[in-house]
Design a protein around this ligand. Structure first.
Ligand SMILES: CC(C)(COP(=O)(O)OP(=O)(O)OC[C@H]1O[C@@H](n2cnc3c(N)ncnc32)[C@H](O)[C@@H]1OP(=O)(O)O)[C@@H](O)C(=O)NCCC(=O)NCCS
Length: 167
C-alpha cells in the first residue's frame, strides 16, 4: 500500500510522458532494477535493501518503463514516512538510456505529485563525488541545505543534503 497522502502512483499510473511510462515497481521488475543499481553506484543496494523498502507501507517505488516494450529504463524509491518531507532514497536510470530526460520525467512527476499534499520538500543525500547527480538535481531546482561529514561508512566523501521546496 502506498501512502494516500502522497499517492503519486494513482496519478501517474499508465500515463505516458514524453518517452516513458511511470508505474509502481513490481516484483518481476527486480532483476532489471538490480542490474541498473549495480551499474549506477559504487556501493549498490543489495536485494535486502530493496525488499525492505518495497514492503514498507510508507515507501513509494516507481518504475520508468519503455512504453513500447515495457522494459525497465530506471526507477526511484522514496520514503514518505515524514509528514513534511519526502526522502528520495534511490534513483537510477539505465546507463545506456541517460540524458534522454527520463530522470527529469521521474522527478517532475514527483514534484507535481506533491502539489496537493502536506509535504513541503523532497530531500536527497548525495555523495560529494557524484557531480552528475548534483548537476541533475540543480536542474530540477534542488538546493544544497547542509553538508554532512563522516556520513558514509565506505567513503571519506562528504554528504550533500539537497532539497526541493514546493512552490
Ligand atoms: C543522475 C541520473 C538519475 C540522471 O538521469 P538522466 O535520465 O540521465 O537525466 P536527464 O536526461 O533527465 O537530465 C536532466 C538534466 O540534468 C542534467 N544532467 C543530467 N546528466 C548530466 C550529465 N551527465 N552531465 C551534466 N548534466 C547532466 C542536465 O541539465 C539535463 O538536462 P539536459 O539533458 O537537457 O541538458 C543518472 O545519471 C543516473 O542514474 N546516475 C547514476 C545514479 C545516481 O547517481 N543516482 C543519484 C540520483 S539523485
Amino acid at each position: 500500500m502506498i501512502s494516500t497522502e502522497f499517492n503519486v502512483i494513482d496519478r501517474i499510473q499508465a500515463s505516458t510522458f514524453k518517452s516513458v511510462t511511470l508505474r509502481a515497481l513490481r516484483p518481476q521488475d527486480m532483476p532489471s532494477v538490480y542490474d541498473i543499481e549495480d551499474e549506477s553506484f559504487h556501493s549498490p543496494w543489495g536485494k535486502k535493501d530493496f525488499r525492505r523498502c518495497l514492503k514498507h507501507p510508507k515507501c513509494l517505488s516507481i518504475a520508468a518503463c519503455d512504453p513500447d516494450t515495457g522494459c525497465i529504463l530506471g526507477f526511484a524509491v522514496l520514503d514518505l514516512s515524514s509528514k513534511e518531507f519526502a526522502y528520495l532514497l534511490n534513483l537510477a536510470i539505465r546507463e545506456d538510456q541517460r540524458r534522454r530526460s527520463i530522470g527529469r520525467q521521474v522527478m517532475e512527476s514527483l514534484q507535481s505529485g506533491m502539489a496537493n499534499t502536506q509535504k513541503k520538500c523532497i530531500r536527497v543525500y548525495v555523495e560529494e563525488r557524484n557531480l552528475i547527480a548534483q548537476m541533475f538535481l540543480k536542474e530540477l531546482k534542488f538546493q544544497a541545505i547542509e553538508i554532512l561529514t563522516g556520513f558514509y561508512m565506505d567513503s571519506d566523501d562528504d554528504c550533500y543534503v539537497l532539497q526541493y521546496r514546493k512552490r
